[in-house]
Design a protein around this ligand. Structure first.
Ligand code: HEM
Length: 131
């Protein structure tokens, strides 16, 4: 089997017309020119993503396993990132980390100490009273 062709984002962007429509999903490049009319989600969404990295929009739709199988038929190569580009892959968690709330020092500890002391004192008093 021939080695997969590698496409830069610039090369990918050249395949942006309806009859020559490439897009990239999770670092792989697909030629979906022949699938536009069959796409259950309609042709518009594919045309909108023509020549682009469509990972986010593809994953946002929540495509089925069947869709991912169909996709393999259109695989033409790998996306090569240029310069400072970051790879787009399926985010399995929120990409913006939530700030971890700072643990504010509370006086819960010291009030608990007062409660324990009060219980001990009360226990002693009761024990004295009944003995
Ligand atoms: C090779 C690429 C793609 C393939 C093989 C593919 C295949 C499919 C299939 C089989 C479905 C039917 C539902 C399912 O089985 O999940 C579907 C629905 C859909 N697809 Fe795609 N798709 C591709 C790319 C995209 C892209 C890039 C978008 C961009 C937004 C997109 C948007 C949608 C939408 C909006 C639906 C309709 C979902 C619904 O009605 O619930 N698809 N696609």
């Amino acid at each position: 089997m021939a080695a997969a062709k590698t496409y830069t984002t610039t090369e990918l962007a050249l395949h942006n017309s309806k009859d020559n429509l490439f897009l990239s999903i999770n670092g792989k490049v697909y030629d979906v020119s022949g699938f536009i009319d069959e796409h259950p989600g309609g042709e518009e969404v594919l045309i909108d993503e023509a020549g682009h990295d469509a990972t986010e929009s593809f994953e946002d739709v929540g495509h089925s396993e069947e869709a991912r199988d169909i996709m393999k038929r259109f695989y033409v190569g790998e996306l090569k990132l240029e310069g400072s580009e970051k790879p787009k892959t399926k985010p399995t968690f929120a990409t913006t980390p939530k700030p971890i709330p700072a643990v504010e020092p509370t006086d819960t500890g010291s009030s608990l100490q007062y409660v324990i002391a009060a219980v001990v004192v009360a226990g002693c008093v009761i024990w004295k009273a009944i003995s």
